[in-house]
Design a protein around this ligand. Structure first.
Ligand code: PTJ
Length: 262
């Protein structure tokens, strides 16, 4: 197998898609360092395609879902943010900052679980400032039913007892299994048609690279303005995930229709 030696590759700053290529490089780096799965690279390509179609910006429906997600995480008793290879590659510092602001635990939970990847992701998060990382090695000693080994392994201090779990860039099976356990599931997924997007309680159809910084802003704003619990509950009362998914799909449709007009 020939692997292109790209040691000397630098993203040309004047490239019209320099930002997107730089983000792609983060995934490639993560893969070389052994914590992004091969399938993580494929998943990223799928995300890029949806982001392109959606105009690579945060839409109103995503903003609404982000606010609902932050409100849910603040109101939760035991919130947990699940981290996989792609999340660790794309937003390591931001996810740690968000978890601290929300007082949410961080748990490594992988589709392609290997000891080496778990440890590597833990190290990435610790380098980014995390004090405690759950779900690594022996600490992932509990299991969630409905899933086949080893995807079912969770931390008894984390996802097992969580009431709210945020699972960004996730596969559908785990979302369904967590919902069956009556946990509230928040996801970030650029594909509004995916099983995860369809099954979660709150779906943020936006790129994770924009979403997490925006959620940090929203959380800081709630903290600074000392919003009451009732105000957060009010946000959730009017929130309808089916409507959000429908708006996202409509936006894709409208965007493509506009592009096909001659
Ligand atoms: O690190 P592991 O072992 O847990 O594996 C991670 C992957 C992502 C490989 C695994 O969870 C997986 O197979 O996920 P899927 O089923 O490919 O789903 C990932 C979803 O995330 C897809 O619907 C993508 O469109 C979406 N996605 C990819 N990149 C982004 C994204 N959504 C938001 N922001 C992105 N940057």
């Amino acid at each position: 197998m020939v692997i292109v030696d790209d040691e000397d590759f630098h993203v040309p700053e004047d490239h019209p898609r320099a930002e997107s290529i730089k983000i792609r490089e983060q995934l490639i780096e993560g893969f070389k360092e052994g914590f992004v799965a091969v399938a993580g690279l494929i998943a990223h390509g799928r995300g890029e395609a949806f982001d392109y179609i959606l105009g690579e910006k945060t839409h109103h429906f995503a903003e609404k879902a982000e606010k609902a997600a932050v409100a849910t995480l603040i109101l939760a008793k035991n919130p947990v943010i699940s981290v996989n290879g792609n999340v660790a590659a794309l937003v390591p510092y931001e996810i740690v900052q968000l978890s601290k602001l929300l007082k949410a635990k961080l748990e490594v939970n992988l589709f392609y679980r290997t000891k080496k990847r778990e440890e590597a992701i833990k190290k990435v998060l610790e380098t980014a400032g995390a004090e405690k990382v759950l779900g690594v090695g022996e600490s992932a000693s509990a299991t969630i039913p409905e899933l086949s080994h080893p995807r079912r392994k969770v931390d008894p201090e984390g996802i097992l007892i969580a009431d709210v779990v945020m699972v960004p860039l996730e596969d559908g099976d785990r979302t369904i299994a967590l919902r069956k356990l009556e946990k509230q599931v928040i996801t970030i997924d650029l594909n509004p048609l995916s099983r995860t997007a369809q099954e979660a309680n709150i779906t943020i159809v936006n790129n994770i690279t924009r979403t997490i910084p925006e959620m940090i802003q929203i959380t800081q704003n709630i903290i600074n303005t000392k919003k009451k619990r009732e105000e957060l509950q009010k946000i959730l009362k009017t929130y309808n995930n089916k409507e959000i998914l429908s708006m996202a799909t409509k936006t894709i449709n409208e965007h493509l229709t506009k592009l096909t007009k001659t």
